[in-house]
Design a protein around this ligand. Structure first.
Ligand code: ZN
Ligand code: ZN
Ligand code: ZN
Length: 298
C-alpha cells in the first residue's frame, strides 16, 4: 500500500502521524457521501421527545412532495433533529421547492456530498464568521489554486486557545498538500493536517457501520471483549492479552480500534475508496514498520 510518491522517510512519518491521529477517524463530522436535509427540532413547534408526533409531521411533509426519498432518521442527542435522505441533488431541491412554505418555519440545512476533507488544529482562537477571510488566507499562504471546492467548512474553537479546522479540499489542491507531506500554513503557524475520514464504529458493540445511539446489541468490553462495561473490566493489559471486540477469535489478539485491527483497516480502505477519490492511495502501513521521530520542520 506504499504510495510511490512517498519517500521512505515521509512514509515513516505518515505512519507515525496516522497512529497519533487515529482517534480523529471516529469523528462524525466531515466527509459525507449523502444528499440529505437536517431539520432541527428543539427550535421548532414539535416536542423533541415525542417521536410519533415528529414522525407524523415529517411524513405529512414528505407525502406532499414529489421527490422520492431514501429514508428518514430521527437523531436524539443534545439537540434532536430529523435527517431526510434523498437519492440525488435534484430530488433534494424538489423537496425544498415544494415545501418552501412549511420549511420557512423550521430551522433546516441541506447537505450535499462533500469532497475530500482535511483537518488540522492551530494554537489560536478564531470565530466562525472569519471563515471566508481565513479561507482566502489559507489558499494564499499554502500556494493553492483558488476554486469553488477548497474552503473552510467548519471551525471549532477549544478552551485551550486552539482552533480545529475542517477544510474541504479539491483533488488538485490536495495533491499539492500531499507533496508537502500535508504540512499547512495558516496565520503564523505551520501544522500537520490529516485526511478527515469517518469510520462508523459502534462504541457499544464495536461492530462497524452503525453508531452506538442506533445499537440494539449487548455492550462489549473494549479491553477483553466480554459483555460488561470497560470501567469494571478486570483484565490487566500489562500481563494479559487484550481482545479486540470487533474481530472473531482467534484473530482478536489486539486492542479494539487499534490501527493493526484487520477489520478497522478494511473499513478505512472502504471509506477511502468510496469517499475520497484519491489518485494517490491513502497510506495504511504494516504495524511492524519502524517508527522513528524525524526532525520537524521549523
Ligand atoms: Zn453496536
Ligand atoms: Zn473487560
Ligand atoms: Zn480487531
Amino acid at each position: 500500500m506504499l504510495s510511490t510518491r512517498f519517500s521512505v522517510n515521509s512514509a515513516q512519518r505518515a505512519y507515525r502521524e496516522s497512529q497519533a491521529s487515529r482517534l480523529n477517524w471516529f469523528n462524525v463530522n466531515g466527509i459525507s457521501p449523502d444528499y440529505y436535509i437536517t431539520i432541527k427540532l428543539s427550535r421548532n413547534p414539535v416536542s423533541p421527545t415525542d417521536r410519533s408526533t415528529v414522525r407524523t409531521t415529517i411524513l405529512a411533509l414528505l407525502n406532499n412532495s414529489r421527490s422520492p426519498r431514501k429514508k428518514i432518521k430521527l437523531v436524539q442527542r443534545r439537540r434532536s433533529k430529523v435527517l431526510i435522505f434523498f437519492n440525488s441533488e435534484s430530488d433534494l431541491q424538489t423537496f425544498v421547492t415544494d415545501q418552501a412554505q412549511v420549511l420557512r418555519n423550521w430551522e433546516y440545512q441541506t447537505h450535499l456530498p462533500t469532497d475530500s476533507v482535511i483537518k488540522f488544529t492551530i494554537p489560536k482562537t478564531f470565530s466562525s464568521d472569519q471563515k471566508l477571510t481565513l479561507t482566502e488566507l489559507f489558499v494564499a499562504q499554502n500556494n493553492l489554486t483558488p476554486d469553488q471546492t477548497t474552503k473552510i467548512i467548519h471551525l471549532v474553537t477549544h478552551q485551550a486557545n486552539s482552533t480545529t479546522f475542517l477544510v474541504q479540499i479539491s483533488q488538485e489542491n490536495r495533491e499539492k498538500l500531499l507533496n508537502e507531506d500535508y504540512w499547512v500554513h495558516l496565520f503564523k503557524y505551520t501544522v500537520r493536517s490529516y485526511d478527515h475520514l469517518i469510520i462508523k464504529l459502534c462504541e457499544n458493540c464495536w461492530l462497524f457501520n452503525h453508531y452506538y445511539n442506533n445499537c440494539a446489541r449487548l455492550p462489549k468490553c473494549k479491553l477483553c471483549s466480554e459483555p460488561h462495561d470497560q470501567n469494571v473490566c478486570e483484565l490487566n493489559p500489562q500481563i494479559q492479552q487484550l481482545k479486540c471486540a470487533s474481530c472473531q477469535p482467534p484473530y482478536n489478539n489486539h486492542q479494539t480500534a487499534d490501527i493493526i485491527c484487520p477489520l478497522l483497516i478494511q473499513n478505512i480502505r472502504q471509506v477511502t475508496k468510496n469517499l475520497v477519490k484519491l489518485q494517490t492511495p491513502w497510506l495504511i502501513l504494516p504495524p511492524q514498520f519502524p517508527i522513528e521521530h524525524g526532525p520537524l520542520p521549523s
